[in-house]
Design a binder for this molecule. Structure first.
Ligand SMILES: [Zn+2]
Length: 266
């Protein structure tokens, strides 16, 4: 039975991943997400259904457009496979605890993956994605309040949203006043609020620690190697997402381990 669940999680994950690629391209460009049908950006050739099968079509076409032979970016396939893996991992980690939580987390991971891609490519996170993630966060709040989900309390989720939303707002105002530049896009503040609710404040704290440390190290390396200008904007959302995903899967384990270590010392 559970084998079947894994199979469908992988299959559905691939198809949803294929749709996420559409969102990454269309949402920031303000294009309708349903119509027109997918086409080659170069020659406008409308993709047939058999050009649109996740992974398989890419392999059959040798990574090129059927019509004009323009290269299809490998990112499309990476997102499809990545999303399928996230869905399978979601089933593995959460299905036994609570099926609704496994489904919510799977969809949340898909949205986070999409946010990462739009922030990398366009340095922005569409509000529609924030709203969708917000709806899921509120759903987890309800599941916690009704004791369907017992891993995080509803007030930990409420505190997470309030504290991290406010903290990010304050930091961004201070930076703006001091440096005269917009340090964080509004996207970071919104994501901090929504993810604070999704994780609860304890795991969100861990997520932001990971994001800050990894983000700083990567930024240092990029600055050293690229000699880029001081005021170039860097995407921070991908680092936030990294922290959020790690804490979503391993938060309880990491926090329990940390607490044991601390009490052992005292
Ligand atoms: Zn083409």
């Amino acid at each position: 039975m559970i084998g079947l669940v894994y199979f469908f999680a992988a299959l559905l994950g691939l198809c949803v991943g294929s749709f996420l690629n559409v969102l990454v391209y269309r949402l920031p460009n303000g294009i309708n997400i349903a119509l027109p049908r997918s086409h080659c950006p170069k020659c406008k050739y409308t993709l047939k259904w058999y050009d649109n099968i996740p992974v398989v079509s890419y392999l059959i076409l040798g990574g090129k457009c059927r019509n004009c032979r323009t290269r299809i970016p490998i990112r499309y396939t990476i997102v499809e496979i990545g999303n399928a893996l996230l869905w399978v991992a979601s089933v593995a980690m959460f299905w036994n605890q609570s099926i609704p939580m496994a489904c919510i987390n799977a969809v949340a991971l898909s949205i986070l993956l999409t946010m990462t891609c739009t922030d990398f490519e366009y340095l922005m996170v569409p509000d529609s994605l924030q709203i969708a993630l917000g709806v899921l966060a509120i759903a987890t709040l309800v599941l916690s309040a009704t004791k369907v989900d017992t891993t995080v309390t509803w007030y930990s989720r409420a505190i997470g949203a309030a504290v991290f939303g406010f903290a990010f707002l304050v930091i961004s105002v201070i930076f703006e006043k001091k440096a005269g530049v917009e340090s964080m896009g509004g996207g970071d503040i919104k994501l901090a609020t929504v993810a604070g609710m999704l994780l609860g404040w304890e795991r969100m704290l861990g997520a932001m620690l990971i994001a800050t440390v990894v983000g700083s190290v990567v930024l240092l390396i990029v600055r050293k190697t690229k000699k880029s200008e001081k005021h170039t904007q860097y995407p921070f959302v991908p680092f936030m997402v990294l922290g959020i995903v790690i804490m979503m899967f391993f938060g309880k384990f990491l926090i329990d381990g940390y607490m044991n270590l601390m009490t052992g010392w005292m």
